[in-house]
Design a protein around this ligand. Structure first.
Ligand SMILES: Cc1cc2nc3c(=O)[nH]c(=O)nc-3n(C[C@H](O)[C@H](O)[C@H](O)COP(=O)(O)O)c2cc1C
Length: 320
């Protein structure tokens, strides 16, 4: 399935797997690339040992890596570690691109910038992004408010006028062939897919958490700061995270100040990580997409790519 994105990235299908922090390791990224997409390792908040290990897991398969800018600003040396592994692309998310964009571009890696608003899309263009990822609020993980359905065509129009050589990928709610075909129709050159690959055999995710997501429908997510308060991760306020309405999330949503009180936080932080490690979804937070109701199995990542592409092709060829 060829688009401008497949040509620019030298891949067969316009699918990039999202750099989901600590869930998207080298095996997942390599599986997505091997199936014709581009796999990204989820560098998240940046841990040098983890990054080294996961790049090693990918072996000599061509993969990229994603980093969270405000966190990278605290550990800028990690960018050199990543660039030393000669990634095909580096994806920067959540603002503050300027300190890193130039260095990524001179390394030869493609610069992919994930944005949630028109204002951030303009910043990405100014920073020289090769690919802008328009992330709608349907996405799993940290998001803002705009929906994929309106953000993607608006950024497509903006790029067509202001930066026609800059490519556009859509993220947020793309889990199958229908949703892939839909974002191509909205003007995207491809898709960044997170939650669907989180529910893959290669993802670094406990089976119990995957099972909870598969059992959930799309009414079962909310955006909240609960996970970040419990984990003591100091996210900028404008980025709550979308997750399942687990008992943990619902118990503390709206009571984040209380959750942060000393004593309470120690207890709940331990409960969060215990639930996370043991796959006890109700006693932790499960970051996932509003499209979770369309994810019905845990499948190998290569199989997910093949299903998405063949269903999208069928949908687009179907007479109306
Ligand atoms: C579990 C999980 C962790 C994520 N972690 C990150 C991250 O560390 N950095 C990042 O840029 N995006 C992260 N994202 C967001 C993805 O990059 C992407 O925008 C999102 O998954 C797309 O929406 P979808 O989940 O509906 O496919 C994460 C998403 C999920 C589901």
């Amino acid at each position: 399935m060829q688009t401008r994105l497949t040509k620019a990235l030298a891949i067969d299908h316009p699918i990039i797997s999202a750099p989901m922090g600590f869930a998207a390791g080298g095996r997942l990224a390599a599986a997505v690339t091997s199936a014709g997409g581009l796999g990204l390792i989820g560098g998240g908040y940046g841990d040098a040992d983890w990054l080294e290990r996961e790049f090693a897991e990918a072996g000599d398969v061509r993969v990229g890596c994603g980093l969270i800018t405000w966190s990278l600003a605290k550990k800028p040396e990690l960018l050199e570690l990543v660039l030393g592994r000669r990634p095909a692309a580096v994806m920067l998310s959540f603002g503050g691109l300027a300190p890193f964009a130039e260095r990524i571009k001179t390394s030869g890696a493609k610069l992919i910038c994930q944005v949630q608003t028109l204002a951030l899309a303009r910043e990405a263009v100014a920073a020289g992004a090769d690919v802008v990822v328009a992330q709608g609020t349907e996405a799993g993980g940290h998001v803002q408010e705009r929906t994929t359905f309106t953000l993607v065509p608006e950024i497509a129009d903006y790029l067509a006028g202001a930066a026609p050589a800059t490519l556009l990928a859509a993220a947020g709610g793309i889990v199958d062939g229908r949703t892939l075909a839909a974002v191509l129709m909205l003007g995207a050159d491809g898709a960044v897919v997170g939650s669907r690959f989180w529910a893959s055999a290669e993802a670094l995710v406990h089976k119990g958490l995957q099972a909870a997501a598969i059992a959930a429908d799309g009414d079962s997510t909310l955006r909240t700061r609960v996970a970040d308060v419990a984990r003591r991760i100091d996210w900028p306020r404008q980025f709550p995270a979308r997750m399942l309405k687990t008992r943990f999330a619902m118990q503390w949503h709206g009571r984040e100040t209380e959750l942060a009180e000393s004593g309470t936080r120690e207890r709940e932080e331990a409960r969060y990580w215990q639930g996370f490690r043991t796959g006890d979804a109700e006693n932790t937070c499960v970051l996932t997409s509003e499209a979770v109701g369309l994810i019905r199995d845990v499948a190998p990542a290569g199989e997910i790519v093949r299903r998405m592409v063949s269903e999208a092709e069928q949908r687009m060829a179907r007479p109306r």
